[in-house]
Ligand binder design. Structure first.
Ligand code: GTR
Length: 328
């Protein structure tokens, strides 16, 4: 071998060694997402992933797994908590079973409007929820919109609580929702999101409840053609990162990733507003009967015992409830 050739080879091998060591430093983050690729949350998560790779100059390489392929939401919450997964878009509904303070967000009619929910979550109240999540291994970086959830079913329009009587509804995994449906005179079955379509189709359940985009994207509207605008739950969602992954980062990377999550939330909320309209139009076009509810008061009144039981079991959370209720 000539001298020149061996110097060249030496140089090449050290470039390769450098590339390997740079590669070895990159953290691959696995992200859980329940929704399909074209859903507002999914688009925002993909943007978040790309931004994180860019702002950390490849030190963190996130990948989002859409369509719930990494498991059900309650399982994924556990996985992110114990560091088996690194980040996710979670709804605060199933979170209540693990972080009790977040159950306040699942009290029916706790928020008067989606705008009031955003005002709460973007301010000091949101910080209190973030603190509670942090104690359980989850770093909430920003808050997504999830609109308002309403009941839909295979049988008839719901106008008053009496119409819920005897009907069987799927709810998310949280005991509060079982009580909620109970107080309306119906029966509730906690069930994974992915099982709802088949259960509606085969009559295992009569109905479920969700916002327009989820009602539409899951095709539930094809098998449950009555959507009644009860808007009983307005539940925020987070981009949450596992504390285990978060704690390995420098302060600079943490700040840049937090900013990427805030930017993703801005995009998600814009896309959400558009998709909510488009989903409503799509299901109406497909023949879904949507009914307004002139007077929601009877539904709200029926929730009295849910609040009483909750406050009796969680006296420390009463001030959080009253602070939310007293917001403009
Ligand atoms: C959707 C929400 C999901 C999941 C789902 C459900 O609106 O975005 O995270 O909670 O509802 O009903 O299980």
């Amino acid at each position: 071998m000539t001298m020149m050739k061996s110097i060249k080879m030496l140089a090449m091998s050290s470039v390769a060694a450098l590339a390997v060591s740079a590669g070895a430093q990159a953290e691959t983050w696995r992200g859980w997402n329940i929704h399909p690729e074209d859903y507002p949350n999914s688009i925002a998560l993909d943007q978040f992933a790309a931004d994180v790779a860019e702002v950390t100059e490849g030190r963190v390489e996130p990948e989002v797994f859409h369509n719930g392929v990494l498991g059900s939401q309650p399982d994924a919450i556990e996985q992110v908590r114990n560091g088996g997964l690194d980040f996710a878009n979670f709804n605060m509904g199933p979170m209540g079973e693990i972080v009790p303070a977040t159950n306040v967000l699942s009290l029916p009619f706790i928020f008067r409007s989606v705008d009031q929910m955003h005002a709460a979550m973007d301010g000091e109240i949101g910080q209190r929820f973030s603190d509670a999540l942090a104690e359980e291994g989850l770093v909430a970086l920003s808050w997504f919109d999830s609109g308002a959830r309403s009941f839909y079913n295979t049988k008839k329009p719901i106008m008053t609580p009496a119409d819920v009587e005897g009907m069987k509804f799927r709810v998310m995994n949280n005991d509060l929702y079982v009580q909620m449906v109970d107080e309306l005179g119906g029966n509730a079955t906690p069930m994974a999101f992915s099982e709802v379509y088949q259960s509606l189709k085969t009559g295992v359940i009569d109905g479920a409840e969700n916002n327009y985009p989820s009602y539409e994207s899951t095709n539930h509207y094809e098998v449950a053609g009555y959507y009644s605008i009860t808007e009983h739950l307005i539940i925020p969602e987070c981009i949450c990162v596992s504390t285990a992954a978060w704690d390995t980062l420098s302060e600079e990377d943490q700040a840049a990733i937090k900013q990427a999550a805030m930017d993703a939330a801005v995009v998600q909320r814009e896309l959400w507003a558009e998709r909510s309209k488009a989903s409503r139009a799509k299901v109406e076009e497909a023949g879904v009967e949507i009914n307004e509810i002139e007077d929601k008061q009877p539904f709200q009144d029926a929730m009295g015992p849910v609040y009483e039981n909750f406050i009796a079991a969680n006296p420390d959370l009463e001030s959080l409830i009253t602070d939310i209720q007293s917001l403009e």
